[in-house]
Design a protein around this ligand. Sequence first.
Ligand code: CP
Length: 321
Amino acid sequence: MILASTNETVEAGNGFNHKDIISVSQFNTKNLDYIFHRACEMRDVVEQDGCSDLLKGKVLACLFYEPSTRTSASFIAAMDRLGGRVIPITQGVQFSSVSKGESLADTIRTLEQYADVIVLRHPEIGSAQLAADYADVPVINAGDGAGEHPTQALLDLFTIYEELGTLENLKISMVGDLRNGRTVHSLTKLLTLYKVNLRFVSPEILRMPLTIMNEVIDAGINVRETHDVADVIKNADVLYVTRVQKERFTDLSQYEEVKGHYEITPEIMSQAKEKMIIMHPLPRVGEIHDSVDSDPRAAYFRQVKNGMYIRMALLAAVLGK
Ligand code: CP
């Protein structure tokens, strides 16, 4: 990937004005280039001035039916740093009229009376599209159950590029709950746009869904599955580790069987390339030992910061700025 640097490329890539962001399938290498270019500009704004008034007068409604730290806080910070305001329904949707039984459709139709853009996290697959069907203002999917998490995938891809300087010819290994992890679903789909090798490491019951495997195979990507981190650690350029998603299990005894299956330790890291990066969408609950944090290859908190720049870029783009 080459980051957009000419006005021509930037303008050609800007098809986001007043658009919903629901799935990574809306992205191609050209409009990714545009978003990444804007994210770099946003980083410059934050580093040089802290904030701007690009979105002054604009209002974001942040509606979270599931817990979140990073996604909700980074969208709020992004809007704040661009001079806009936020209606935060993130600290417990139980305090909203959802607790009285209000439907998602009515909640969305209400919030769009106040806001210029809505960010939604919801436990059901397809909820973001449903919200977008009802809203006239742009809806951004902040995670729809075990479906997609497109803004996370964008920040993940941006982080890989920023850390390694390329998105081509990389060996990327994903580890953990590949069945329920929406971040790995979205990132895998985006990676099919590039020439990469993918390795999926999971217990048998947490394998990557067949639909996504088929997309990978159809894209001509070299892909293998294994249960063992030892099979991938020596060759990986990126080790993308995920949490086992307890909240997606209907049978908690199955969760007990697979939780704690993987833990990345300094001993495992000692077998990895010097230039490998280790990523995690966070929160982590034991998949990466704390003692790995001081390893310069631990990119997960730099990944968190990139999330704010990417979300600043997305908010500006859907609001036509
Ligand atoms: N990565 C991520 O989506 O984190 P939160 O659940 O804290 O938003």
